[in-house]
Design a protein around this ligand. Structure first.
Ligand SMILES: [Zn+2]
Length: 675
């Protein structure tokens, strides 16, 4: 309790204290659709007018104030990149030269177009030069170096059983459509996607100069091989169970399982010792890989590798190739109507491959230290609320609670940007060669990951770049991470009252904390070990509570015949339910001992809190994107991320005095509560 008291002191001194004066604003009244009763459809009530007045831009697949803020950040990144691209005095290897020339080469569209598909030639020639499977395997080794790891990948991952150590993790990566279902399910929409994919591969090969007949034949070959790989792969909802991919493996076992691949050569190429600690995620997939090494012809393997190079590098090639790639993946599967402008694609590419070099410049200019300090306090308050919440769970034994407390005590929040930046000084970037620059960026990303293998965990590494408008939790490191990019309105707004900030970024923080205790996170202990730290009875109770949430989301339809996969979205839904509840608790606690804040524009503080969540989280989405998300995204669509958790909370029902039979109030026997 001593530490609890200490935290409470900090809590009351929080800078959010001052956010109770009349000059600060409440929720956005103009976003509300007042024709709708909040107890009937809270989603429509909270943000219906904003969505009606702000159609989705042609290049976007969702739209909301949050997405808008993410796109506005790219204007800031553009300013940085244009200034560095024009700076002729930057020394070779300096951050300015590397990001400036990368962006400068990318934006030079006429040069990229003039080269057509020529940059692929050396890579296709390497594949053609292989005279046998041994030669072809050496080509595969080289493709791994440029982030085209097919059909398996090898990367650094924390050892599930030795959490201070990074092992070599071997995973499945055999196909290019978003999820296994696209290859194996009999529904018409998947059949159509398969036919369109074959047509797409055909078109792509014709665009690099192949005749129609060989292109069409190549597409059939690729589809055949990818389908076999998909059949042997775990589905995304199966991958949520960490024990399904937990197979510590020795080199001898790897060789015995996949005897037709030259692992000695591969490990030598990767500069990894043969006795490196290793995990094989999907043995069944690796067996299929071995089968194809024996039974698929050399010629077919060559086609498969060429497709993967072409597909992976499409955005660094000329306009017709990039456009066709967009047409299939982003337009047909994702629902975007047109490509983003080239400058924005170049900003995104720089962020993807040189993220911390660009991110360093971004935080210098746009992330004030005060924002970091305020966020740190808020995270502390939310962690405290989660502690209180767990301690009061009637179904959990003291034994499990004690271990949960240990996990909470070791939570590591990271805010804004890394303490130590990655060193990009050896990345060679030239103004006149975007394709090769892109390859250099890819080599950096691969090498940066590979150098972690066989070493103690570096807890300072970040999994998102600083300008990213998002957040994450990593159960292996027991950390929650909030990049600078999300710490701006509408998530985090210093000109808004506490109710609004707790309802927006507060719920996001609570969501990330709750991930440590969702269906996946709960399986890792305070050190990040995959370990059963629960009593059997508590785990049973926890699973029953999770099943309630899974069933709730399973019942949410996005269109006739298509509903959410409760198992796939379970972790995110537990995160939203727990997040909304503990953010609300933290907000209530912040009001203790103070005069009650006045209503603003007729809304109580409690109502403002919930409306803020609806306004922050709400977005308009294209139907194609909804279908894609239901298949391949662990997040539910925004509508159900608002309606789902709030309809479970008695606090919401009270705030809007909703009748027990309202659509926004789940019947008592169906109400879910995990945390
Ligand atoms: Zn999440």
């Amino acid at each position: 309790m001593r530490s609890l008291r200490a935290l409470l002191t900090v809590f009351l001194l929080s800078p959010f204290l001052f956010a109770q004066t009349a000059t600060l604003h409440g929720i956005d009244l103009s976003d509300l659709d007042r024709k709708v009763d909040p107890c009937n459809d809270f989603y429509e009530f909270a943000n219906g007018t904003w969505r009606a007045n702000n159609p989705i831009p042609a290049s976007m697949v969702h739209w909301s104030k949050r997405w808008q803020a993410g796109e506005t950040s790219k204007d800031k990144l553009k300013d940085i990149l244009e200034a560095t691209a024009q700076d002729k005095t930057a020394a070779t290897g300096s951050t300015e030269q590397i990001i400036g020339d990368y962006y400068g080469a990318c934006i030079d569209e006429s040069r990229v177009n003039a080269r057509g598909a020529d940059p692929l030639k050396p890579w296709f020639a390497k594949i053609d030069a292989a005279h046998d499977m041994a030669g072809l395997q050496q080509v595969m080794d080289g493709l791994h170096d440029i982030s085209i790891p097919v059909p398996f990948y090898l990367g650094g991952q924390q050892d599930y059983h030795k959490p201070t150590w990074v092992l070599a993790d071997i995973g499945a990566n055999g196909f290019n459509m978003p999820e296994k279902d696209y290859y194996v399910e009999p529904d018409d929409r998947f059949k159509e996607a398969r036919a369109k994919y074959v047509a797409h591969i055909t078109t792509m090969f014709t665009l690099v100069g192949w005749d129609q007949k060989s292109s069409a034949a190549a597409a059939q070959t690729v589809m055949g091989m990818e389908t076999k790989f998909a059949e042997a792969s775990l589905a995304l909802d199966e991958l949520r169970d960490p024990s399904a991919t937990d197979h510590n493996t020795t080199f001898a076992q790897l060789q015995a399982m996949v005897p037709h691949f030259d692992w000695t050569e591969f490990f030598h190429h990767k500069r990894l010792p043969l006795d490196v600690d290793m995990n094989m995620e999907q043995p069944k997939f690796m067996a299929e890989f071995d089968r194809q090494l024996q039974q698929t012809s050399l010629a077919d393997w060559k086609v498969y590798l060429k497709w993967n190079v072409l597909n992976s590098m499409a955005s660094a090639l000329s306009a017709p190739i990039e456009q066709e790639d967009f047409n299939f993946f982003s337009k047909y599967l994702g629902g975007a109507q047109e490509m983003k402008p080239r400058w924005k694609r170049c900003v995104e590419s720089t962020d993807q491959y040189l993220g911390e070099a660009l991110g360093k410049k971004y935080v210098e200019k746009y992330f004030p230290p005060e924002a970091k300090a305020r966020m740190q306090e808020m995270v502390r308050n939310l962690i405290l609320a989660m502690r209180d919440d767990i301690l009061t769970r009637p179904w959990m034994s003291d034994e499990t609670k004690e271990r949960a407390m240990a996990k909470i005590a070791t939570f590591n929040p990271k805010i804004g940007y890394p303490d130590k930046w990655k060193d990009y000084s050896k990345v060679e970037i030239h103004r006149d060669a975007f394709f090769e620059d892109n390859i250099a960026g890819r080599r950096f990303v691969v090498e940066d990951d590979l150098q972690t293998v066989g070493k103690p965990v570096d807890r300072g590494r970040w999994g998102m770049t600083p300008p990213t408008s998002d957040a994450y939790e990593n159960p292996l490191l027991n950390e929650i991470v909030f990049p600078a990019g999300i710490l701006q309105p509408p998530a985090f707004d210093m000109t808004a009252v506490d109710a609004v900030n707790y309802g927006a970024i507060g719920v996001v923080i609570g969501h990330e904390i709750s991930h440590g205790f969702d269906d996946q996170g709960a399986k890792f202990d305070y050190l990040g070990r995959l370990r059963d730290w629960w009593t059997a009875d508590d785990m049973k109770q926890f699973k029953e509570r999770g099943a309630c949430v899974a069933n709730q989301f399973e019942s949410y339809f996005i269109e006739p015949g298509i509903h959410h996969n409760g198992k796939l979205v379970l972790g995110e839904s537990i995160g939203d339910l727990g997040g909304a509840k503990i953010a609300y608790l933290a907000y209530m606690k912040s009001l203790q001992g103070k005069p009650r804040p006045a209503d603003i524009d007729g809304f109580t503080p409690e109502q403002q809190f919930f409306i803020a969540w609806g306004q922050f989280r709400g977005d308009e989405i294209r139907p194609e994107q909804q279908r894609l998300m239901v298949e391949s995204d662990p997040h539910p669509i925004a509508k159900y991320r608002v309606i789902g958790p709030l309809s479970n909370l008695p606090e919401f029902q009270r705030a809007f005095t909703c009748k027990a039979d309202s659509p926004m109030v789940r019947p008592a026997d169906k109400r879910c509560e995990v945390w």
